[in-house]
Design a protein around this ligand. Structure first.
Ligand code: FMN
Length: 188
């Protein structure tokens, strides 16, 4: 499965980036993951939505060509980081490349609640008419890595055994979900 990863943190030593890299490496036999660079995207401007700048066109083409989108995001001030929302806004206008796209969500935070508020907002955003992504149902599939500082190797991957085992289960379900979603793609 060809996957594009979006990481909501631009921080060099980001836990969410390292979570994405963990997923890329752990499931490399089943996923071909490439990263979208959200740092190069300009702020969304509706004047440009039908003829966006080349970096945005490239980003939209990258997403359009993927079988699934994986989002790894921290929670900023109880919501989704601006860079991630900005990226989704670009994807939602002109050619609506997220419509029907299978989406996997995961998040890591240093606090106790593991990005749950950001996830809930993100699910609403992904359900909006311009986005209409096909997000895996939440029950039992919410990858919320709390107390991240205790669960990653220093500047390295996720190493917490219980979290990795849960991730394995969710990934198995996502791969099946994405395969069935491909058969049932809806149009805007
Ligand atoms: C601007 C800002 C706002 C934050 N707000 C929250 C928050 O609402 N909830 C939370 O659990 N952590 C919050 N944090 C702490 C993040 O969980 C922590 O910085 C985490 O390491 C960010 O993810 P990253 O390592 O991928 O950059 C915030 C951090 C920043 C920089």
């Amino acid at each position: 499965m060809k996957v594009v990863a979006m990481v909501g943190s631009l921080r060099r030593d980001s836990f969410n980036r390292r979570l994405a890299e963990t997923v890329r490496d752990r499931y490399r036999d089943r996923l071909q993951m490439e990263f979208a660079d959200l740092s190069v995207l300009p702020p969304f401007n509706q004047d440009e939505e039908l003829n966006p700048p080349p970096v945005v066109q490239a980003f939209k083409a990258q997403v359009a060509a993927a079988d699934a989108v994986f989002i790894f995001t921290p929670e900023y001030n109880w919501s989704v980081p601006g860079v991630l929302k900005n990226a989704i806004d670009w994807l939602s206008r002109g050619e609506r490349v997220m419509v029907g796209k299978p989406v996997f969500i995961a998040g890591a935070s240093t606090g106790m609640l593991g990005t749950i508020r950001a996830h809930l907002h993100l699910r609403e955003i992904l359900a909006s008419p311009g986005v209409s992504a096909r997000v895996m149902p939440p029950g039992g599939n919410e990858v919320l890595v709390n107390f991240a500082a205790d669960k990653f190797a220093p500047s390295g991957p996720l190493v917490d055994p219980a979290t990795l085992s849960f991730l394995d289960d969710v990934m198995e379900r996502f791969i099946q979900f994405a395969a069935s979603a491909q058969d049932a793609r809806h149009t805007p």
